[in-house]
Design a protein around this ligand. Structure first.
Ligand code: FUL
Length: 493
């Protein structure tokens, strides 16, 4: 029986080859995938893209001094949260639909939220838990309990440390990095801000110290240590290496947003912020943008800002301009003096979650027919974009770039949101695309846009149509689209 089957297969293959050479039929079972267009994401970066939305928590000495940047001479006695509860942070983040929490383990004033053995300027000399507490340990446990990842912010600038500016401080910084990355389980992201040097306490010297931002920290080797301690970590700074700042603190990426970046032109604290929002079409490395923004005007908690929590409309706009523009959203929650996410912030987060859930639950493209103007082979058919599986994707043959996909709703359908995703494992390729809808028998253009990347979400005018067409107008190579979703949001924007 087996021999018979094999015989039949051999015959079929022979027939196929013969037919193909005579150009009678197309046997496309073994068409290779499109060649990758570099630079490509690492597997850590692919995981990072999937996270999309997570919390920043600024909570540290500044919470108690009511300022944004402490000078470094603050007494550890001042750090005294009354109800610190990292499980509340984690529960709120989880219910908000976030995937992780990144905490300011050490901000520019140098106070450490863990009992570092390399300084006295930490929780161990505070009244909180009589000096026996460790916020990082508590957060790690809470994140684990709620299925969240944990990331850590370790400010390179340290206005407390007597040796800041000298080579000894780099040893100190690396010792702290080792403590944080080896004692608390998995850390998914190391967050390195760009503020470097200036006036400070510096062990009582009270002076101004400036450093050469490109050479002082020897970032290449410092980041290599981070990778040695946490092989799956991604490091964020103005220019990566793995994740880049978006160039503003409003939470917005530009509409054209390339994950590739000419990385050598940037370093932490050395960045042309205008370029960071767009990346580079001819970038040399995969360095996607992370969009950081606070839910309030300040990064740290200030009672005076209790009534300045961003509105639902503002938060939605941020979401669409970050997650919807090929970036991840890092939304800051200024934990208050009790050590809790404030009620007003919780309310705003839950309103946002509710609206996003209402919008992105009923995918109007599910189960609809989809066709393509060109298909590379049957395993790259248009069906791959509607099957809910991001590993299957539509691709054209190598010579075809301008090409389109058409979704047939079979009846008049009202929508105003479109989600598009490229199969980025093969690189970010699309440079320009157009969206059209078939309205009363005519195709009308709804949008003409540029990049897609990991995810692009378009807010379209409310449209009633029977078909939706997406035309790739230009790309670095044949397009690879892994997912399309269509929704009707009831709220504006
Ligand atoms: C900046 C810092 O100077 C701010 O205080 C804040 O931490 C922001 C997220 O990063 O570099």
């Amino acid at each position: 029986m087996k021999a018979q089957t094999n015989g039949y297969r051999d015959f079929a293959r022979l027939f196929c080859l013969l037919a193909l050479s005579l150009q009678i039929i197309s046997c496309d079972k073994d068409v290779p995938p499109p060649a990758p267009v570099g630079p490509l994401p690492s597997s850590q970066q692919l995981d990072w893209h999937e996270m999309e939305y997570y919390a920043f928590v600024h909570f540290n000495m500044n919470t108690f001094t009511d300022i944004e940047w402490g000078l470094g001479g603050e007494s550890p006695e001042l750090f005294n949260p009354t109800e610190l509860d990292t499980r509340q942070w984690a529960r709120v983040a989880k219910e908000a639909g976030m995937k992780a929490i990144i905490l300011t383990a050490k901000h520019h004033d140098g106070f450490c939220l863990w009992p570092s053995e390399f300084t006295e300027h930490s929780v161990k000399n505070s009244p909180w838990k009589n000096g026996a507490g460790d916020v990082i340990k508590e957060l790690a446990a809470a994140c684990k309990e709620y299925g969240l990842k944990m990331g850590l912010y370790l400010s390179p600038w340290d206005r407390n440390h007597a040796e800041y500016g000298k080579p000894e401080y780099i040893t100190y910084y690396r010792n702290q990095l080792k403590e944080l990355l080896t004692n608390y389980g998995e850390v998914f992201e190391l967050w390195v801000d760009g503020a470097n040097g200036g006036d400070g306490y510096y062990g009582g010297a009270n002076e101004t110290r400036n450093v050469d931002r490109t050479t002082y920290y020897d970032w290449e080797n410092t980041f290599a240590l981070a990778r040695e301690y946490q092989p799956r970590i991604v490091t964020f700074s103005d220019g990566g290496p793995e994740v880049r700042w978006v160039g503003n603190e409003n939470g917005f990426a530009n509409a054209t947003n390339w994950a590739p970046l000419r990385r050598a032109e940037f370093a932490p604290g050395v960045a042309d912020s205008k370029q960071l929002g767009t990346g580079h079409e001819d970038g040399t490395h995969w360095v996607p943008a992370e969009c950081d923004v606070s839910i309030r005007p300040g990064w740290y908690y200030h009672e005076s800002q209790d009534d300045k929590v961003k509105s639902l409309e503002h938060l939605l706009d941020i979401y669409y301009k970050s997650v919807g523009r090929n970036g991840n959203l890092l939304l800051n929650l200024p934990v208050d003096r009790r050590g809790l996410v404030h009620e007003n912030d919780v309310k705003a987060l839950m309103e946002l979650r509710k609206t996003l859930d209402q919008t992105f639950t009923n995918n109007l493209a599910t189960g609809k027919r989809i066709s393509a103007s060109n298909t590379r082979g049957s395993q790259y058919s248009a069906d791959g974009v509607l099957d809910g599986d991001k590993t299957t994707y539509w691709a054209t043959d190598d010579k075809t770039i301008e090409s389109s996909l058409e979704i047939d709703f079979e009846e008049e359908t009202t929508f105003n949101r479109l989600v598009l995703q490229e199969y980025i494992a093969l690189g970010q390729r699309v440079k320009a695309f157009r969206v059209e809808a078939l309205i009363d028998g005519d195709y009308q253009t709804l949008a003409t846009e540029t990049t897609i990347g990991y995810k692009r979400i378009l807010r379209l005018p409310e449209t009633k149509a029977t078909k939706l067409k997406i035309t790739i107008l230009d790309a670095k190579a044949s397009p690879t689209i892994s997912n399309i979703e269509v929704y009707k949001a009831s709220t504006e924007p």
